[in-house]
Write a protein that binds this ligand. Structure first.
Ligand code: M6R
Length: 613
């Protein structure tokens, strides 16, 4: 899980590559490197962030109109400058950047060691570049052919860009299992990247490589495309629908804060054109042709990881309540390894912001082989999961750069609500007045989110009070249990405070033992749902001196009298509470993390999309 960028054309490559890496830094930030091709290849790499690479290259020769660059999230070998990309072949005539994992690298390494090759790093990527050099030497092939032949010997995932001093006017790129986009510039130049973010300011005309595509890029020539099996392909270019402003912080201190504040718009965008209270309709063009198949399904299996898995849990509640279809929610990483029983009567819904999460991808691959219908709920258009599924609904939340997922979650929950409403309507499992009031209320959710965001000042005060806590508990019941899980995950990942989410009633079966005056407990205690039960749970906490931070419905006085802090959110339908209750928890985590001096947008050890197992 890394970010890769390449450029070939008439402009200076270095600034384009560095800017591109900065845009991709959310994918990994252990180390960074750049290689520029002139008569020889000038290679610079460092441990740490792109800013450290920039300091490292100051006063060095970074000239050249062809280059490749990389920002890494370590898999093989610790994050140091030796293991950083690009990697040289032994002769230093070839350099490569790679995102993915070469699974059979040990056997290839052994083969190359026996032939006398020496290795500088511990990476699987260096093995690949040495293999390319070996193929080239043995067969006297062109760079393109050498890469193509070498890739046929490789098991695993890759998005690569390769340059060579022997052919100093080309960049060869290829992909399998890891994303790669080529932007076709208007001046005969090409921009390559792991996603469209580094490309959009130069061109909107892009080609998303398919698995096993390999392309040769030469300035002023057409993109030369084949499969690694040597079949010639026509590159079908697409027009990017991405706004450059969406990739900037827009005056906010962090992307995460900007993305939290974007939620009135992102939720609206995820509903746009799909819902109308006036006409009393929900329409989802992306899955229209499959509605009968979904309604006939024996069950729906949602597969996802992390925050998207939490959205799946909310989805389970919505689907079962509104459409009366049995739902199971699975972690992609577990599902794929336990021989699950899947038939062609099952529908599998993969939920993923990035659309690149390796475990989710592998899970749908398995489900596909077993005959299930696959649907995707992805944010990134053209992503691997979006392409691997039969149909789907994009969340349209806009680019999410902060590693902690925020607006993607509420957009996923919105889309799941729309699907559940549509299925319930078709199945006649929702009564007409309920259907109508849910649509009406859903349309009003962006305004209510706007109102929730106004609690930020209070949340900041609460954050200041609890920023030094060592543990947190998050409790919710019913549809708000996944909200508790999500609140705990947000706090863990960006502030490094241990936090657990629990169904409130489960507390007495164990976690209650943890409660004392040092334990802050966030409780989602809105009027909708099991209110009286939650009130009892709060009493149990207070009896043990726990500090309660309660998210309550506007005007609540009962919980307000018991809790240490209350955050009010507007009243809404029970099924829509997660769309509002999640937001204070995002803000609480954000402010605690900032007060603890944590790097909110790039928390340690994490990366935005986990494209490794
Ligand atoms: O891109 P995806 O939605 O598939 O990513 C899944 C998880 O890796 C992701 O939600 C992760 O848990 C986030 N860091 C949570 O904030």
């Amino acid at each position: 899980m890394c970010g890769i960028v390449a450029y070939i054309g008439h402009k200076e490559a270095y600034p384009i590559l560095i800017k591109g890496l900065q845009r991709l830094e959310y994918r990994g930030y252990d180390s960074a490197g750049v290689a520029l091709l002139n008569e020889k290849i000038n290679l610079f790499k460092t441990k740490g962030k792109v800013s450290e690479l920039v300091s490292h290259t100051a006063h060095k020769d970074t000239q050249g109109t062809i280059g490749i660059a990389h920002t890494r999230w370590a898999t093989h070998g610790e994050p140091n400058s030796t293991n950083a990309h690009p990697h040289f072949s032994e002769s230093e005539n070839i350099a490569i950047i790679h995102n993915g994992i070469i699974e059979n690298y040990e056997s290839i390494r052994e083969f190359l060691l026996q032939k006398g090759y020496k290795f500088r790093s511990e990476t699987d990527t260096e093995v690949l570049v040495q293999l390319i050099e070996d193929v080239k030497k043995e067969g006297n092939y062109s760079l393109f052919e050498s890469v193509r032949i070498a890739l046929n010997q490789v098991v695993g995932a890759y998005a690569i860009a390769v340059i060579s001093t022997d052919e100093p006017d080309k960049v060869v790129v290829a992909r399998k299992g890891s994303p790669l986009v080529v932007g076709i510039g208007s001046e005969g130049d090409f921009y390559v990247a792991s996603d469209a973010a580094p490309i959009v300011e130069y061109t909107k005309s892009v080609y998303y490589l398919d698995d096993e595509d390999i392309a040769c890029l030469k300035a002023n020539e057409k993109l030369h495309l084949k499969t690694i099996k040597n079949e010639v392909k026509d590159p079908l270019t697409e027009e990017l629908d991405l706004n450059i402003d969406a990739l900037e912080k827009g005056g906010f201190e962090h992307f995460m804060l900007k993305e939290i504040h974007e939620q009135p718009d992102s939720i609206l965008d995820s509903m746009r054109g799909r819902i109308s209270a006036k006409d009393n309709t929900v329409k989802l063009g992306g899955v229209e042709d499959y509605e009968k198949h979904i309604l006939d399904a024996h069950r729906i299996i949602m597969v996802a990881c992390g925050t998207s898995w939490h959205a799946g849990l909310v989805g389970e509640y919505l689907f079962e309540e509104l459409a009366r279809i049995p739902v199971e929610v699975e972690y992609g990483s577990e599902f794929r390894y336990r021989n699950p029983i899947i038939t062609n009567d099952d529908v599998v819904i993969a939920i993923s912001q990035s659309g690149e999460t390796a475990d989710t991808l592998a899970a749908i691959d398995l489900a596909k082989r077993k005959g299930a219908l696959l649907l995707g709920i992805c944010n990134v258009v053209g992503s691997s999961i979006a392409r691997a599924t039969h149909a789907g609904v994009y969340t349209h939340a806009g680019p999410e750069i902060g590693v902690a997922s925020t607006k993607a979650f509420t957009a996923q929950v919105t889309v799941l609500t729309l699907i559940a409403l549509r299925l319930g309507f078709l199945k006649k499992t929702i009564e007409e007045p309920v259907y109508h009031s849910l649509i009406k209320e859903l349309e009003d959710i962006p305004n209510k989110v706007e109102e929730v965001l106004k609690t930020e000042k209070l949340i900041k005060e609460i954050a200041a009070k609890f920023k030094d806590a060592r543990n947190f508990l998050y409790l919710g019941r019913g549809i708000n249990f996944p909200v508790a899980l999500e609140g705990a995950l947000k706090l863990k990942e960006i502030s490094y405070i241990h936090a657990e989410g629990y169904p409130a009633a489960e507390m007495k079966h164990g976690p209650i033992a943890l409660i004392d005056e040092n334990m802050p407990i966030v409780v989602i205690a809105t009027k909708e749902g099991n209110y009286e039960k939650i009130v009892s749970n709060i009493q149990e906490i207070k009896a043990r001196k726990g500090a309660v931070i309660a998210v309550v419905s506007k005007g609540d006085t009962t919980v307000a009298a018991m809790a240490d802090y209350v955050i009010e959110i507007p009243k809404t339908e029970e099924l829509l509470v997660p769309l509002l209750a999640t937001i204070p928890l995002q803000l609480l985590s954000y402010h605690i993390a900032v007060m603890r001096g944590c790097n909110v947008d790039m928390p340690r050890n994490l990366a935005k999309s986990v494209t490794v197992e």
